[in-house]
Design a protein around this ligand. Structure first.
Ligand SMILES: *[C@@H]1O[C@H](CO)[C@@H](O)[C@H](O)[C@H]1NC(C)=O
Ligand SMILES: *[C@@H]1O[C@H](CO)[C@@H](O)[C@H](O)[C@H]1NC(C)=O
Ligand SMILES: *[C@@H]1O[C@H](CO)[C@@H](O)[C@H](O)[C@H]1NC(C)=O
Length: 506
């Protein structure tokens, strides 16, 4: 406490001397990097600040499951590298603390448990692909962010943000408002300045929705643009890993560090690596990014947009105007092609995910170096045995039980998978291509259309309702359209600057 106070006072006095202000709260990565260079801040200061904030705030918000006991030491190492002007210290994430969602494996003192006691003391074979890339870029893994247990794939009854280990995460803007799952801790930790940036994962809405609900920026990348190796899986066809940050700028720094080929997620990362722009994504953070962009709006149809909800449409009227004023062309009142034909096909998602989950979770568990559980059946038995652990009984494991009943990819699953591919081609892709859209604008958490097809989306803070509950605007696009989506998201963010940190009572 005293150390941190001294630090703050010291920073304030240096700020006063140099006539510029720097405070850790709300600072972006480029601001932090500048402060490092000007010797106003060290990585160690940063890590100690966040650990102190966690001690104070995490009992309220429950966004963090574990803190890395080696983080301070790693920060000191980063400080030494910077002093020695090591080549690594020029990377954007060098010395920057990050929290990763607790379903992303780290080969260190941290556990990787998806919030479940069943995986406590399991030993992962290696860092997840994205964690390896984070370490190579000099980031400091500060700890694990909490989540809806098993990424919301255990109980359809459990509230968003709840897991057996960390208990219920709390929306820092309005405590009674759903923080939206499953990357709740990733969103809340950055919203409350318990860390600089974080990683979340999404299968259907799990990055975009908590980003919207907690007023942060979330990027759900194209499937395979970021490696899923070492991530506790739901579906190799839908799972993605992406940044959750306070600003589009920070999110793009993180994206730059984690994209790319990984031999442990061979097929999809190879396919998607052609989308990575030469020289990375930072150059797409440019002013005037909305100019000339064609943005589609679907008013009527659920799963593609505003679902005929007049209240939501009214709320977004001013945003449509801002997009136009900044040079975008809005292609409004779009019809979804083949809507009646493709809608029944969306139901295949549940069938496919259930079978894919059992196959891929069993493969993940088998690969662990040590683990109390080795199969979905073991996890189900564990949960039965420890049903008296708070809430496990209240939130029955119905999704697990359904998945356990599946038996690989049979005829039914094959039909469901064909349906999902067809629905994407004849629906979302056709809509985008026929109208030459750069992005589809959707409210809140994007749409299932993005999830089933592995398409990218970015959620940006868009406002607060009359009770103070945040909501975001989502821009979704075709595979590999991240450069364009970043330009649009950054253009919108810079034109509006909506995000306000939550009011935190000390
Ligand atoms: C990981 O879990 C074990 C077993 O509960 C615990 O002793 C250890 O402290 C945990 N690691 C961290 C970094 O919290
Ligand atoms: C949306 O609302 C309009 C006006 O109420 C109605 O005509 C239209 O059929 C609705 N569309 C859908 C898909 O429900
Ligand atoms: C596939 O889509 C058709 C509609 O075209 C639907 O009747 C069928 O039930 C779907 N099958 C599965 C497994 O989702």
């Amino acid at each position: 406490m005293t150390k941190v106070l001294t630090l703050i006072l010291l920073l304030l006095s240096i700020d006063a001397i140099q006539g510029s202000e720097f405070t850790i709260r709300e600072a972006t990565i480029p601001e932090i990097q500048t402060a490092f260079k000007q010797n106003k801040l060290t990585s160690k200061d940063l890590v100690e600040f966040y650990i102190h904030e966690m001690q104070k705030l995490n009992p309220i918000y429950r966004a963090v499951i574990e803190v890395n006991p080696d983080a301070v030491h790693q920060a000191q190492k980063a400080d030494e590298e910077r002093k020695a002007n090591a080549p690594k210290s020029r990377f954007g994430l060098h010395g920057i603390p990050i929290l990763v969602k607790d379903n992303i494996a780290t080969k260190d003192k941290l556990n990787t448990t998806a919030g479940s006691y069943a995986l406590l003391k399991s030993v992962v074979p290696r860092d997840a692909g994205v964690v390896k890339k984070l370490r190579e870029s000099g980031a400091i893994i500060l700890g694990k962010a909490s989540l809806s247990e098993w990424a919301h794939f255990r109980s359809s009854n459990a509230p968003s943000g709840w897991n057996a280990r960390a208990k219920q995460a709390v929306n820092p803007y309005v405590a009674s408002v759903d923080p939206c799952g499953s990357s709740t801790g990733s969103a809340i930790s950055v919203a409350t300045n318990m860390v600089t940036v974080s990683l979340g994962t999404e299968t259907d809405g799990s990055i975009l929705c908590p980003s919207s609900a907690n007023s942060v920026v979330g990027i759900k990348p194209t499937l395979g643009l970021t490696s899923r190796a070492g991530v506790i899986p739901i579906s190799p066809r839908q799972d993605t890993v992406g940044p959750m940050c306070r600003t589009v700028t920070d999110a793009v720094y993180v994206l730059d560090a984690i994209v790319g080929y990984d031999k442990n997620d061979e097929v999809e990362t190879r396919k998607a690596s052609k989308y990575i722009p030469h020289g990375g994504y930072l150059k797409h953070l440019k002013s005037g990014g909305l100019k000339g962009k064609r943005l589609g709006i679907v008013r009527d149809y659920p799963n593609f947009g505003f679902g005929n909800d007049t209240e939501i449409l009214n709320k977004f009227k001013k945003h449509f105007m801002i997009l136009r004023q900044n040079g975008a062309t809005l292609v409004d009142n779009l019809e979804v092609p083949n809507y009646d034909y493709i809608m029944p096909m969306f139901l295949g998602e549940g069938i496919a995910l259930s079978a894919e989950f059992k196959i891929s979770l069993n493969a993940y568990l088998e690969e662990l170096v040590a683990s109390p559980v080795r199969s979905l059946a073991d996890v189900i038995a564990f949960n039965k045995k420890f049903a008296n652990v708070e809430k496990l009984k209240d939130y029955p494991q119905d999704i697990f039980l359904e998945a356990e009943k599946t038996n690989g990819i049979g005829e039914l699953e094959k039909e469901a998978l064909r349906n999902l591919t067809r629905a994407s081609k004849l629906g979302f892709e056709k809509l985008m291509k026929e109208n030459k859209l750069d992005a589809l604008v959707t409210p809140y958490y994007g749409s299932t259309a993005l999830a089933i097809g592995g398409y990218p989306g970015i959620s940006v803070p868009a406002g607060y309702d009359k009770n103070g509950a945040p909501y975001g605007i989502c821009f979704g696009g075709l595979k590999g359209s991240e450069p364009t989506l970043i330009e649009i998201a950054y253009g919108f963010e810079q034109a509006t600057m909506v995000r306000k940190p939550p009011l935190i009572k000390d």
